[in-house]
Design a binder for this molecule. Structure first.
Ligand code: ADP
Length: 396
């Protein structure tokens, strides 16, 4: 059985084709700069790859191109399509078969994710045209965190804002946190749903999750992905009064402040070098004080959240690192973890330095809390959820 996984962003469409017998990703690629004259497509399949400029005036054209490439390279028996959808609001606690009613709910959630949900919808509608005979399934970044208790998801604001406008914490990266928590459970010799610990997704966007017996009980992103940790270009937690100050004292407009907090802050804003951790690390090694400061702030804020989530959980079997920074930057893991030995998180310097890929333990054998690196695989989770819905439909 083949399952196609699609991720439609504002100017890109990413795809992965899975063979579900082996759960292997047998083809994949990306059309970027969708809507521009110089749209670029990159594809790979068993035994080959291609990179070419394509005409992709919109998502529909990009998807049509992807379907042609798939048909030419063995992807002609797609049984279902799984779509990544960032925001599912309070309605979706798991993946859903896309019906007109589900589409309307995704549309209604667009007020909470204006940069994402409208593009997902365009992609869903186009994909339904090009793959009309097969079920389409939505898998939501927010769904895994719907198990958070009220004390974790409510803001201490007038309660009416929650009742009337659903202003609350939702959390994101749920598919990634769910996947690595499941893998951690397996590595610890447990059932997939039996993990208690902390998962750290550190990529361009960053979030932590506190997981109790396989369920998310807290996570660092909130109503939007701006809350929580310092990220590539996002500030994460700040005193909200900074916004009033910038507006009142500097006459900055709300869109300008939005831009400042989402696009000009984080690693980029503090270092003045880049949002890319590798470049910030290089600049710090070359003597840049601001780059060094950016790395220290980043690590310090992750460490504070780990401390907070140890307190939330009362115990942790493991702390898991994933995504670009979490998987690859031994330096950042060391900065985060070294001061935590007294809390039972004992890093093994040698194992941490090992730049291997794949799942691995980086704590000392005697460490009370295991430290793990687990590459994430959000696409596989989307493919599995899609297969699950396909099979449950077939049996009902
Ligand atoms: P996204 O959130 O866009 O999916 P990724 O998970 O790919 O992003 O993470 C991107 C981040 O990972 C960048 O800051 C990049 O510098 C960092 N990164 C990737 N590889 C390495 C590496 N080998 N060493 C340090 N940082 C890395």
């Amino acid at each position: 059985m083949q399952i196609l996984v699609l991720n439609c962003g504002s100017s890109s469409v990413k795809y992965h084709l899975f063979d579900m017998e082996t759960e292997r990703d047998v083809a994949g690629g990306l059309v970027e700069r969708v809507g521009q004259a110089d749209a670029l497509a990159t594809h790979r399949w068993a035994g080959g790859s291609a990179r070419e400029e394509v005409a992709a005036a919109d998502h529909r054209a990009a998807l049509l191109h992807i379907r042609e490439v798939l048909q030419a390279h063995g992807g002609d028996e797609v049984a279902a399509v799984g779509h990544r959808v960032v925001h599912g609001g309070e309605r979706f606690v798991q993946a859903a078969l896309i019906t007109p009613e589900v589409e309307r709910t995704i549309e209604a959630c667009a007020v909470l994710a204006p940069l994402h949900n409208p593009h997902h919808l365009v992609g869903i509608r186009a994909a339904r045209q090009f793959f009309p005979q097969v079920p389409h399934v939505a898998v939501f970044d927010t769904a895994f965190h719907q198990s958070m208790p009220e004390r974790a998801f409510l803001y201490p604001l007038p309660y009416e804002l929650y009742q009337e406008q659903r202003i609350r914490r939702y959390g994101f990266h749920g598919t990634s946190h769910r996947y690595v928590a499941g893998r951690a459970a397996r590595l610890l010799g447990r059932d997939q749903d039996d993990f208690t610990g902390i998962t750290c997704h550190l990529g361009n966007g960053c979030s932590l999750a506190a997981i109790e017996e396989g369920r998310s009980v807290d996570t660092s992103m909130g109503l939007t992905p701006l809350e929580g940790l310092m990220m590539g270009t996002r500030s994460g937690d700040i005193d909200p009064a900074i916004i009033f100050h910038l507006a009142a004292q500097e006459q900055r407009t709300l869109p300008q402040i939005d831009q400042l907090l989402n696009r000009q802050s984080g690693l980029l804003g503090v270092s003045g070098v880049s949002n890319d951790l590798r470049q910030v690390q290089e600049a710090a090694a070359g003597g840049s004080h601001r780059a060094e400061l950016a790395l220290e702030l980043y690590a310090y804020r992750v460490r504070k959240y780990i401390g907070a989530y140890l307190a939330v959980l009362g115990r942790a079997e493991a702390v898991v690192f994933t995504a670009g920074v979490g998987e690859h930057s031994s330096q950042m893991r060391r900065r985060i973890l070294e001061p935590l030995a007294g809390l039972g998180l004992v890093l093994d310097a040698e194992r941490n330095r090992d730049e291997g890929s794949g799942e691995r333990e980086i704590s000392q054998p005697s460490s009370p809390v295991k430290l793990l690196v687990i590459p994430t695989n959000e696409e596989l989770v989307i493919a599995r959820d899609t297969r699950g819905i396909l099979l449950s439909r077939a049996s009902s």
